[in-house]
Design a protein around this ligand. Structure first.
Ligand SMILES: NC(=O)c1ccc[n+]([C@@H]2O[C@H](COP(=O)([O-])OP(=O)(O)OC[C@H]3O[C@@H](n4cnc5c(N)ncnc54)[C@H](OP(=O)(O)O)[C@@H]3O)[C@@H](O)[C@H]2O)c1
Length: 371
């Protein structure tokens, strides 16, 4: 009888066992929320709640009896997501509302709806986001899509809700990414689509426009925290979601990267733990908070490698306000709403014009205030 060579079985079995153990250790390092107290009576607004991390965040909050306003750009996708969650639990309450962060008009309408119907919310979770392999795309208002959606959309949303956030003492949770450490804030190119040469720097593994928008998210949280808001910023970790849908991965990418991905990638549910933790449990201290460069990762306060600059933070805030208010000028004419679209990027010298636009926004009651 031929002798069995145990190496043929031993080596693969040992490799699988090692990968399994590494995975278990990593899952343990990612952490898990231990205290799941009831959130009955608490209202959370979650942007991008229909899929990925937003969906899992919604589900986790609903299972704890919360009310979740699902702020989504497609109501039918939000309703589908709601039905999926309802199959798992009858707790809580979900309210799907339309919000397209790439449209100022949509943000404005969403804010009016919240202020009228759900003014006493307890937490705003700025989760929605995208990364595209194409740097030429713009929002409805002409802003480069990554910066416009991931930062400016959420900036305007938060700014317009700021009075309610203050009155309600609501928490603001901002979903950034570890990739903020690779970003930069360049005021010459901010919010603009780019020339061919810069566009070529986008690759499958590096998208500077995404990284920059995630750094802007961190600065946004810092400035909010410095102004006295209960702001929290986080990285969910590399997660298995719909996030890479626009990159069209090829079949061999799956084959080559599967083992690495299996070791590194979290489920959307595991990643969302960081969001839920920030929304319900994380405490900022004098030493560890967004202003001192700390963000939540693996359910722990983690120091960013970025040397944050207060002047850049203040200027980004101002520039973001200018972009918002100078593009969106609301006029009521015979009960018909009209929007004048003005592109500030073409002429930065017209400070008086821009300040005037800010005043008009304030007069129109869209909530932007001059500092
Ligand atoms: N996945 C990761 O590995 C990872 C790592 C670090 C940070 N993050 C951050 O986590 C957040 C959530 O990402 P995800 O992984 O859950 O991605 P995802 O599965 O692609 O979900 C993104 C969500 O954002 C929504 N969205 C995109 N553009 C929008 C717009 N203009 N208006 C309103 N909603 C919009 C999407 O809506 P539709 O379904 O309608 O497109 C979707 O609900 C993002 O901010 C991302 O930067 C993710």
């Amino acid at each position: 009888m031929a002798e069995i060579n145990y190496w043929y079985f031993g080596i693969p079995a040992a490799s699988i066992a090692v990968i399994y153990i590494i995975r278990r250790i990593r899952v343990w390092q990612w952490g898990r929320i231990s205290d799941r107290y009831s959130l009955e009576g608490k209202t959370f607004i979650v942007t991008g709640a229909n899929t990925g991390l937003g969906f899992e965040t919604t589900k986790a909050l609903i299972k704890r009896d919360a009310i979740v306003i699902m702020a989504c750009r497609s109501i039918s996708r939000a309703e589908e997501a709601m039905k999926k969650i309802q199959k798992e639990t009858s707790k809580g309450r979900m309210i799907p509302l339309h919000l397209d962060l790439a449209s100022f008009e949509s943000i404005y309408d969403f804010v009016q709806n919240i202020k009228t119907n759900y003014p006493t919310f307890n937490c705003l979770i700025n989760n929605a986001g995208l990364a595209m392999p194409d740097s030429k795309k713009k929002t409805d208002d002409g802003i480069e899509l990554h910066f416009g959606t991931n930062h400016i959309g959420h900036f305007l949303l938060t700014r317009l809700l700021q009075d309610r956030i203050k009155t309600n003492r609501a928490r603001v949770v901002i979903v950034s990414s570890l990739l903020h450490e690779k970003g930069e804030i360049n005021f010459n190119t901010i919010g603009k689509v780019v020339e061919e040469t810069e566009a070529s720097s986008i690759s499958r593994t590096n998208n500077p426009f995404y990284n920059n928008s995630k750094l802007a998210n961190f600065y946004h949280a810092r400035e909010l925290f410095k102004s006295g808001y209960d702001a929290h910023v986080l990285c969910p970790g590399l997660c298995h979601t719909d996030f890479f849908r626009d990159y069209n991965p090829r079949w061999y990418h799956y084959v080559i990267f599967s083992p690495i991905v299996w070791l590194l990638l979290r489920s959307a549910e595991q990643g969302a733990e960081n969001i839920v933790y920030c929304a319900t449990a994380n405490q900022n201290t004098d030493e560890k908070n967004p202003a001192t460069g700390y963000f939540v990762r693996n359910l722990k306060q983690t120091k960013s490698k970025v040397k944050f600059d207060d002047q850049i933070g203040a200027r980004l805030w101002k520039e973001s306000e200018i972009i918002c208010s100078s593009i969106l000028v609301r006029e009521e004419r015979k009960n018909e709403r009209q929007y004048q679209v003005r592109n500030v990027h073409t002429d930065r010298k017209k400070d008086d014009f821009l300040l005037d636009m800010l005043r008009q926004c304030q007069d129109a009651g869209i909530g932007l205030k001059m500092n």
